[in-house]
Design a binder for this molecule. Structure first.
Ligand code: GSH
Length: 232
């Protein structure tokens, strides 16, 4: 079943797809794309994702890029048993799609910018940092409210909407020092998802990294940006 090649790196968007593939027990080849070396801008990869970003997949000659589109492709093609998705055109399916798009259009871009200002910026900007960190926290409040009244984002079942948002929530405490204790329902949901075997497997693709290694890397990046703070 399937002829899937996954092009990925250990990032919030990358892990969404490896987690979904593991949840669906699909066989797949992995091509690591080291985004710190610029591999995502090589012509061979741009032929798969013209936007030059991971993740992307190919399957029987079909390319799919943008993590949300990949999650939809995988479930609509391979999730007939509805393990991580609802049946298309049901009310729950639209709820699933809404929370998936909320992640793609909200959490991902905002938290991505917060990460930029906190970890990768070439000059220190308190305004940029605070603006995007605050917006990320506002969006976490929306997720928390939803998860206070529903076990999972789309309803009673864990779906690709949860996987997509989890990809980002997972890194928020480590990268941005966002305290999930401020969002109790979100924290409970995050911890339950983290315990899933398929999630642990997906998080190890393409390179297994311990919590301590990830925390150390982010600390180093934050320190570098902090050093820029004192420069005239
Ligand atoms: N909207 C895209 C975003 C993809 C994205 O920003 N990927 C990052 C890693 S999480 C990347 O490849 N960054 C490298 C770059 O921007 O050159 C998706 O969800 O797939």
């Amino acid at each position: 079943m399937g002829d899937i090649t996954l092009y990925t790196w250990s990032t919030p968007n990358g892990i969404k797809v490896s987690i979904a593939l593991e949840e669906l027990s699909l066989a797949y080849r992995v091509v690591p794309i080291d985004i710190s070396s610029g591999a995502q801008k090589e012509p061979s990869f741009l032929a798969i994702n013209p936007n030059g970003r991971i993740p992307a997949i190919t399957d029987f000659g079909q390319r799919v890029f943008e993590s949300g589109a990949i999650l939809q492709y995988l479930t609509e093609t391979y999730d007939q048993d509805r393990i991580i998705s609802y049946v298309p055109w049901t009310p729950e399916y639209w709820e699933q799609t809404s929370w998936l798009m909320f992640q793609m259009g909200g959490v991902g871009p905002m938290q991505g910018q917060a990460n930029h200002f906190r970890l990768f910026a070439g000059e220190y900007s308190e305004y940029g940092l605070q603006r995007y960190r605050a917006e990320t926290k506002r969006l976490y409040g929306v997720l928390n409210d939803r998860l206070t009244v529903s076990p999972y984002l789309a309803g009673s079942k864990y779906t690709i909407a949860d996987i997509a948002n989890f990809g980002w929530v997972r890194y928020a405490p480590l990268a941005l020092q966002i305290d999930l204790d401020e969002f109790p329902a979100l924290k409970k949901w995050h911890n339950a998802i983290l315990e899933r075997t398929a999630v642990q497997r997906g998080l190890a693709v393409p390179i297994p990294k311990s919590e301590a290694e990830i925390a150390e890397r982010y600390r180093g990046l934050r320190d570098k940006v902090d050093e820029l703070r004192s420069r005239p």
